[in-house]
Ligand binder design. Structure first.
Ligand SMILES: *[C@@H]1O[C@H](CO)[C@@H](O)[C@H](O)[C@H]1NC(C)=O
Ligand SMILES: *[C@@H]1O[C@H](CO)[C@@H](O)[C@H](O)[C@H]1NC(C)=O
Ligand SMILES: *[C@@H]1O[C@H](CO)[C@@H](O)[C@H](O)[C@H]1NC(C)=O
Ligand SMILES: *[C@@H]1O[C@H](CO)[C@@H](O)[C@H](O)[C@H]1NC(C)=O
Ligand SMILES: *[C@@H]1O[C@H](CO)[C@@H](O)[C@H](O)[C@H]1NC(C)=O
Ligand SMILES: *[C@@H]1O[C@H](CO)[C@@H](O)[C@H](O)[C@H]1NC(C)=O
Ligand SMILES: *[C@@H]1O[C@H](CO)[C@@H](O)[C@H](O)[C@H]1NC(C)=O
Ligand SMILES: *[C@@H]1O[C@H](CO)[C@@H](O)[C@H](O)[C@H]1NC(C)=O
Ligand SMILES: *[C@@H]1O[C@H](CO)[C@@H](O)[C@H](O)[C@H]1NC(C)=O
Length: 545
C-alpha cells in the first residue's frame, strides 16, 4: 500500500458505504458464518472469509426475474436458491458434507455450496417466487468462479492465515478490520491495492488529464480488460491504441506510466465511477513488446525515485497536480537561455518571481478574475494561461517550436494572427524583455487555470529569429543586470535579505527537497489540487458524458 499510496494520491469525495441490509436476516448470516468457520477449522482452510450483508448485492438481485436466465451471473457474483432461511443452514451443511464425499460440477450454480466458497466476501438475499412457492435467493460476490476449499483433510495450512488485505484472522475466519469500509463495489482507495499485480515493473480530457469510466470499482472491472489487451497480437494492440487514444482507453489508462495523480468519484445512484488521471493529456503506453531493455524505475521524473521498479514520489505531500512553480520557473529560464544562445539574443532576461523589493505582479494578480486579467493586460504586463506547471515543462517547447519552424512570412502571419488575441500564447514566455513573473490559480465557471503575468512589458517583443544576429547572448543586459551564461540576471543588491531565486532554482533542479515553501503560489497539497481536478470532473464529465 505504501508504494501506491505515495504514487497515486487519492481524494475520495464519497464514502462508499454499503449500508445496512434489510433482506438478509442477521440470524441466518451469523449462523452461516459460524458454519464457514467450522469448516475452516475442520479442514485447515487458510482463506475462509466472513460474509458481509451487502445492500449492493440486494439491489442487483431485486429486479432480476427468477424465471429468466441470468447471463450477468458468474462474473462478479454467483447465486443460490434457498427453500427458506430457517432450513438454509442445515441444507448447506448437508450439501457441503455430500460434496466432500462426492464432488461434482454444475454449470449455472453449485447451490448451497456457493455459501461455502471461502473467498466470497459479500452476500445479499431477497424473496422470489417459483411457481406458487416463495423462495429466497442469495447472491454472493465478488467472485465469478466457483472455488471450494481443499477437502482432502491433508491441508497443513493454518485456518485464517491467508486473509484478504484489510482482513484478519479471528479464530479461523477472516474478518474485515473495518466492516463499514468493505463494500461489494470496493473502495476507491483500494482499487490499486486490489490490482497490485498489474504494477509489476511499470507501473482536461486530452489536455492535462484523461478519464476512465468504471462500471464498478472492483477488480473484475479492470482485470479482464487488461487481460484482453495483452492477449492481442502486436498489430491488434497497435490498432486498438491508435483507434481509441482520442477518447478513453478505459482500463489501460491506469497503466499509462507517466500519470501521477488520480481522483475518482462515484456517479449518483449508480455503482459506476469516473476516474481522472493527470497530468498527461495524451495517452502513452509503455513498450509492451516484451523487448524493452530498459530497467524499471530507471527514468523517473525528478523528485521521484525507484521503488521496486515504480517511480514513487519522494515527498508525496509536496507533489501537486498543478505542479510546482519553482520547477516551472527554473525550466522556463533554461528554455529562455537555450533560445538566447541559439538565436544570439543579446537581451534575454531571466524571469524571477519579483525583483527582490517588490512583489507587485503577484499583488496585481491576486484580486483579478479571468475577465480582469484580459482587460488589464498589455499595459505593464502580459499574461498566459496554463493548465499545469508540469505539462508546460513538457509541452511549451513543442508549442513554440511550431513558430520557430515557420518561414519569415509565415512567422509574421502567425504573430499577426495571434495579436488579435490578448496573449501571444506560449511565445509570451520567450519575450526577452520580460523580467518578472507571477502565477496563480484562477477558477471560473468550473475551469481552473494557472494564470501567469509577465512584466514589465505591455507590448509583445520577440527576438530576431532570422539567424542574422551577430550579437552575443547576454551582451546587452539592461542596467542593473549581469550576463550569466547568456541570460541576464538581476544584480543582487547587497545588504538585504536576499532570496537568490536563481540559486534556489538551480538547487531545486538537483535537490530532491524544496528549499522553501513557495510564497506566491503556495503548494496547498494534493487535497486541494485534486479538489480542483474534481471540479473539472463534476462540471465537465458528470453532466456531459
Ligand atoms: C469440475 O470442473 C473443474 C474445471 O472444469 C475440474 O477441474 C474439476 O475436476 C471438476 N470436478 C469434478 C468433480 O468433476
Ligand atoms: C447439480 O448436480 C447434482 C449432481 O449431479 C444434481 O443432483 C443437481 O440437481 C444439480 N443442480 C442443478 C441446479 O443443476
Ligand atoms: C517475455 O519474454 C520472456 C522471455 O524472453 C518470457 O519468459 C515471458 O513469458 C514473456 N512475457 C510475456 C508477457 O510475454
Ligand atoms: C528499481 O528497483 C527494482 C527492484 O528493486 C530493481 O530491479 C531495478 O533494477 C531498479 N532500477 C534501477 C534503475 O535501479
Ligand atoms: C522593482 O520593481 C519596482 C516596481 O516596478 C521598481 O520601482 C523598482 O525599481 C524595481 N527594482 C529593480 C531593482 O529593478
Ligand atoms: C470579474 O471581476 C469583476 C470585478 O471584480 C466583476 O465585476 C465581474 O463580475 C467578475 N466576472 C466574473 C465572471 O466573475
Ligand atoms: C512559407 O511557408 C508557407 C506555409 O508553410 C508557404 O505557403 C510559403 O510558400 C512559404 N514561403 C516561402 C517564401 O518559402
Ligand atoms: C489564424 O487564426 C485563424 C483562427 O483563429 C486560423 O483558422 C488560421 O489558421 C490562423 N492562420 C495562421 C496563419 O495561423
Ligand atoms: C506599445 O505599442 C504601442 C503601439 O505600437 C505604442 O504606442 C507604445 O508606446 C508601446 N509601449 C511601449 C511601452 O513600448
Amino acid at each position: 500500500m505504501n508504494l501506491l499510496q505515495s504514487l497515486l494520491i487519492f481524494l475520495s469525495l464519497v464514502a462508499i458505504n454499503d449500508g445496512s441490509s434489510w433482506l438478509t436476516p442477521r440470524k441466518f448470516l451469523r449462523e452461516l458464518n459460524d458454519l464457514r468457520r467450522d469448516y475452516a477449522v475442520a479442514y485447515n482452510v487458510p482463506n475462509m472469509h466472513e460474509l458481509i450483508a451487502s445492500n449492493d448485492l440486494e439491489d442487483i438481485l431485486r429486479p432480476l426475474d427468477w424465471k429468466a436466465s441470468w447471463p450477468e451471473a458468474r462474473k462478479t457474483w454467483r447465486y443460490v436458491k434457498l427453500t427458506s432461511f430457517d432450513s438454509a443452514i442445515s441444507s448447506t451443511k448437508e450439501a457441503g458434507d455430500a460434496y466432500i464425499l462426492n464432488p461434482y460440477n454444475n454449470t449455472s450454480t453449485m447451490d448451497e455450496l456457493e455459501l461455502l466458497n471461502p473467498i466470497q466476501r459479500f452476500i445479499g438475499c431477497g424473496p422470489k417466487t417459483e411457481g406458487f412457492r416463495d423462495i429466497e435467493v442469495c447472491l454472493v460476490g465478488t467472485e465469478g468462479d466457483f472455488t471450494f476449499f481443499d477437502t482432502s483433510r491433508n491441508s497443513e495450512k493454518e485456518p485464517g492465515s491467508e486473509c484478504h488485505k484489510r482482513y484478519t484472522n479471528e479464530i479461523g475466519l477472516c474478518v474485515p478490520n473495518n466492516k463499514e469500509k468493505e463494500s461489494y463495489y470496493g473502495h476507491p482507495q483500494n482499487i490499486f491495492e486490489d490490482n497490485m499485480h498489474w504494477n509489476n515493473g511499470f507501473l482536461g480530457a486530452g489536455v492535462a488529464w484523461r478519464y476512465v469510466h468504471l462500471d464498478t470499482y472492483i477488480k473484475p472491472s479492470i482485470e479482464p480488460a487488461l487481460t484482453t489487451f495483452f492477449k492481442k497480437s502486436p498489430a491488434e494492440k497497435w490498432l486498438f491504441i491508435r483507434s481509441n487514444s482520442d477518447a478513453t482507453m478505459n482500463s489501460l489508462e491506469f497503466l499509462n506510466p507517466l500519470q501521477r495523480f488520480i481522483a475518482c468519484i462515484q456517479r449518483l445512484n449508480t455503482p459506476s465511477f469516473i476516474c481522472l488521471l493527470g497530468t498527461e493529456g495524451k495517452f502513452t503506453m509503455f513498450d509492451y513488446s516484451n523487448k524493452s531493455r530498459e530497467i524499471p524505475g530507471s527514468n523517473c521524473q525528478k523528485r521521484y525515485r525507484n521503488n521496486s521498479g515504480v517511480c514513487v514520489a519522494i515527498n508525496p505531500e509536496k507533489e501537486s497536480y498543478f505542479g510546482r512553480q519553482l520547477d516551472f520557473m527554473s525550466d522556463i529560464n533554461e528554455i529562455r537561455r537555450r533560445y538566447a544562445k541559439e538565436y544570439r539574443v543579446p537581451n534575454m532576461h531571466a524571469l524571477v518571481r519579483n525583483n527582490y523589493t517588490f512583489n507587485e505582479l503577484a499583488e496585481v494578480l491576486e484580486p483579478l478574475n479571468f475577465t480582469g486579467v484580459r482587460a488589464q493586460s498589455r499595459k505593464s504586463w502580459r499574461y498566459e494561461g496554463l493548465y499545469s506547471f508540469d505539462i508546460t515543462n513538457n509541452h511549451i517547447e513543442a508549442d513554440v517550436s511550431v513558430y520557430f519552424r515557420k518561414n519569415r512570412t509565415a512567422k509574421e502571419l502567425h504573430l499577426k494572427n495571434l495579436s488579435r488575441k490578448n496573449t501571444m500564447d506560449r511565445l509570451e514566455f520567450l519575450n526577452p524583455l520580460q523580467k518578472t513573473i507571477a502565477c496563480g490559480r484562477k477558477e471560473e465557471e468550473g475551469v481552473t487555470l494557472i494564470i501567469c503575468l509577465l512584466g514589465p512589458e505591455g507590448n509583445f517583443t520577440i527576438f530576431d529569429t532570422s539567424f542574422q544576429s551577430q550579437a552575443t547572448a547576454g551582451s546587452k543586459c539592461h542596467k542593473g543586470y549581469y550576463n550569466d551564461d547568456g541570460l541576464c540576471f538581476l544584480q543582487i543588491p547587497t545588504q538585504e535579505p536576499i532570496i537568490d531565486y536563481r540559486k534556489m532554482a538551480d538547487e531545486a533542479r538537483t535537490a530532491t527537497e524544496e528549499p522553501e515553501p513557495e510564497p506566491v503560489f503556495e503548494n496547498h497539497g494534493n487535497k486541494i489540487s485534486l479538489g480542483y481536478l474534481l471540479v473539472f470532473l463534476l462540471a465537465q464529465l458528470l453532466f456531459n458524458i
